[in-house]
Ligand binder design. Structure first.
Ligand code: ADP
Ligand code: MG
Length: 251
């Protein structure tokens, strides 16, 4: 049986002012998979996300979403509308609105801030927001101003806002950065709970967190814009090439 890939990246190259940030990159993600991508600073992890989301255009190669949707040539907005959601490192929530309103504003459909907040909310939308609050575990803080949330809670709210758009593919860049150990662990649980329903790529540095969410799944190591190795956590950790790349950089 043919594998059901949600994302196919093949032979992708990207040069910035003569510097090869991405070099003959191949990456395949199964539908519903949760994949962790690690790699030293400058390995090209964020650029990889930029290429998938249309923020940056590759010089060559193939990037396909689902069975046969070519993402190259589409702009960021079009790619997002197809079902690709991206979470940047720093949370961007509407600090003066409540948690509930932030989720309401993010629901799929035509809307501006004014129209959304003054329109009557449908029962289906209310149910969906309740579901999202449960997933991100912020039910008790639904009426809090988002600006008053702790850093980790803001990150969860932003994940909830991404989920409100029902993305098939979620790209999450260093979610644990700046979090406490407890917040980090809870973020791991959240991402694990989303796998299967969504296909997810998580870029991360924190190895405790990587181990938690990688579980039995594959881990991808990026180095100088290419895949250095792929495999289970223990195998990757024991790989001499990986050790050299990390130890060589004092990481
Ligand atoms: P990572 O996220 O793995 O730390 P990045 O993808 O941010 O790495 O960066 C990979 C390399 O590409 C770095 O050397 C970075 O300076 C370079 N780079 C990334 N984006 C741009 C850009 N828009 N213009 C020029 N250089 C860039
Ligand atoms: Mg980065």
């Amino acid at each position: 049986m043919k594998t059901d890939w949600i994302l196919t990246v093949e032979g992708v190259n990207k040069t910035f002012d003569g510097f090869k940030a991405i070099s003959d990159l191949n990456f395949y993600l199964k539908r519903g998979e949760l994949r962790v991508v690690i790699g030293p600073n400058g390995a090209g992890k964020s650029t990889f996300f930029d290429l998938i989301t249309g923020r940056t255009k590759p010089d060559s190669g193939k990037i396909e979403f689902g069975k046969d949707t070519d993402l190259i040539g589409l702009n960021e907005y079009q790619i997002n509308r197809l079902g690709v959601g991206r979470k940047f490192q720093t949370p961007s929530v509407y600090t003066d609105h409540t948690v509930w309103e932030n989720l309401q504003l993010s629901l799929k459909g035509p809307r501006g801030v004014f129209a959304t907040l003054f329109q009557r909310i449908t029962p289906a939308q209310r149910t969906r927001i309740d579901e999202l609050l449960e997933v991100i575990r912020l039910q008790a803080k639904r009426d809090w101003r988002a600006g008053a949330l702790a850093h980790g809670e803001k990150q969860w709210l932003e994940i909830g806002m991404l989920l409100a758009q029902d993305p098939e593919l979620l790209l999450v860049d260093e979610p644990a950065a700046g979090m406490t150990d407890d917040e980090t662990h809870r973020t791991g649980e959240l991402l694990i709970s989303l796998a299967g329903k969504h296909s997810i790529v998580v870029v991360e540095h924190d190895m405790t967190f990587v181990k938690q969410i990688a579980r039995d799944g594959e881990l991808t190591v990026l180095h100088q814009g290419s895949v250095l190795c792929e495999g289970r956590f223990d195998a990757v950790q024991a790989n001499p090439k990986v050790r050299e790349v990390y130890l060589g950089r004092g990481k």
